[in-house]
Design a protein around this ligand. Structure first.
Ligand code: HEC
Length: 141
């Protein structure tokens, strides 16, 4: 009697193991829909400058970081901002934004970093507007 049961469960076990195997094969052999961001060599240098100077203690990327300064995810492509504006910010500082004495090359690397971050998407990724009737219209960017 017990032997019969063992055989029965062996079958179930085999089915489960083969489903698991197929599942794993599919999961590990399917290309993801999104590709990983590959920063260029210069952008990586820029990221290091970003990290070393703790920009993230005051600024956010995709909403993460300190909240003294604004989110910089899309500062590179923002209307009336971009490269020249960012350079000016770094050179002069304003209010709580410190003045950094980066040389031309370091600034360019930082800009490369911010430019490539900007290409990964929008933050926030929706435009929300409040209507007169109290409803909020949300548009994806
Ligand atoms: C001590 C906090 C602090 C640190 C550290 C800091 N910032 Fe700022 N930053 C600010 C504040 C505050 C502002 C907003 C200034 C204003 O407009 O009055 C700002 C503004 C900016 C702006 C303009 C953003 C916009 O949308 O107008 C850029 C670009 C910027 N910072 C880049 C950097 C970079 C790059 C670093 C690191 C090298 C850095 N900041 C480090 C506080 C900081």
């Amino acid at each position: 009697m017990t032997k019969q049961y063992t055989h029965k469960y062996l079958g179930v076990l085999l089915v489960l193991v083969s489903i698991f195997a197929v599942y794993n094969f599919v999961v590990y052999n399917t290309k993801p829909e999104t590709t990983m961001l590959q920063l260029s060599a210069n952008a990586i240098k820029g990221e290091n400058i970003w990290l070393k100077n703790n920009c993230t203690s005051c600024h956010q990327i995709y909403g993460m970081g300190g909240y003294l300064g604004p989110d910089l995810t899309n500062v590179y492509s923002a209307k009336n901002k971009g490269a020249t504006y960012i350079r000016a910010m770094l050179n002069s500082g304003i209010g709580a934004m410190p003045k950094f004495n980066f040389n031309e090359e370091e600034q360019t690397q930082l800009l490369n970093f911010l430019e490539e971050v900007d290409k990964t998407g929008h933050y926030p990724d929706v435009n929300a507007t409040m209507n007169k009737n109290g409803w909020v219209t949300i548009k994806n960017k």
